[in-house]
Design a protein around this ligand. Structure first.
Ligand SMILES: C[C@@H](N)C(=O)N[C@H](C)C(=O)O
Ligand SMILES: [Zn+2]
Length: 237
């Protein structure tokens, strides 16, 4: 069940995880997955690698050029593998509920179908240092926008939504003015994050990364030489 980006080699650069500055960014508090019961141990989700925080500051500056007074709102960033596993298990039960299935009594076919749904938006909670989940590298971030009134900007879907609306270009071709507005908001987030050299997940409007395996894999078509990811997993017990 390996995903294609997990084949990208990693040459760990050893950069530290540092806190995301809460005077520049809005951090969702309490952290959403902690609210659901996930245990971050002695860490918080609001850590990223040093250069990734620097790039996020560039993204925030770009956002201010595009939309003065708008802010990046961080939903989740560094994620221990235990939290990745917790969210996969949580979503597994959620999908079973939606399908009217008892998660204790699934046929192998049903179980596979449910996992296929879950892994559409969640990475595998792999402990293999060659295939770390993106958020466990400290190089991936889930985020949205806040407007000048401190209100969350309507992106036409919720973070982590298991539906077609999560696709970044879901509203692209719509003629409906509200849908066009949602697409415009997603493009503002994309433009700001691109200024920091982040790349967006092809299936999730809110997920961006820089320097991890997925980032290298997503820009591979424009690379002339084979490139390695500079961030591997940061594993704490
Ligand atoms: C589902 C979302 N929060 C997310 O982070 N997805 C990516 C692919 C992940 O699990 O790394
Ligand atoms: Zn993410």
């Amino acid at each position: 069940m390996e995903k294609p980006y997990q084949k990208i080699p990693i040459q760990e650069c050893g950069e530290e995880l540092i806190p995301i500055p809460d005077d520049i960014f809005i951090l969702e508090n309490p952290p959403p997955y902690q609210k659901l019961g996930a245990d971050y141990g002695n860490k918080s989700p609001y850590y990223l690698r040093q250069s990734v925080v620097d790039a996020l500051v560039v993204a925030q500056k770009k956002l201010q050029e595009l939309k003065p007074q708008w802010r990046l709102k961080i939903f989740d960033a560094y994620r221990p593998i235990a939290v990745q596993q917790f969210m996969v298990d949580y979503t597994f039960k959620q999908v079973c509920d939606i399908k009217g299935l008892n998660h204790h009594q699934l046929t192998p076919t049903e179980e596979k179908k449910v996992y296929d749904e879950v892994y559409k938006i969640w990475a595998i909670p792999s402990h293999d240092p060659l295939t770390p989940p993106p958020h466990s590298t400290g190089a991936a971030v889930d985020l949205t926008l806040l407007d000048q009134h401190g209100q969350v900007v309507d992106m036409g879907g919720e973070i982590d939504e298991l539906s077609g609306r999560s696709h970044p270009n879901y509203y692209q071709d719509s003629q409906d003015p509200t849908a066009q507005q949602y697409h415009h908001h997603r493009q503002i987030l994309l433009e700001a994050m691109s200024a920091g050299n982040f790349i967006r997940h092809p299936g999730e409007w809110w997920h961006f990364s820089l320097g991890d395996q997925m980032w290298v894999w997503l820009q591979n078509s424009s690379l002339t030489v084979a490139q390695k990811a500079k961030y591997g997993g940061v594993f704490y017990n």
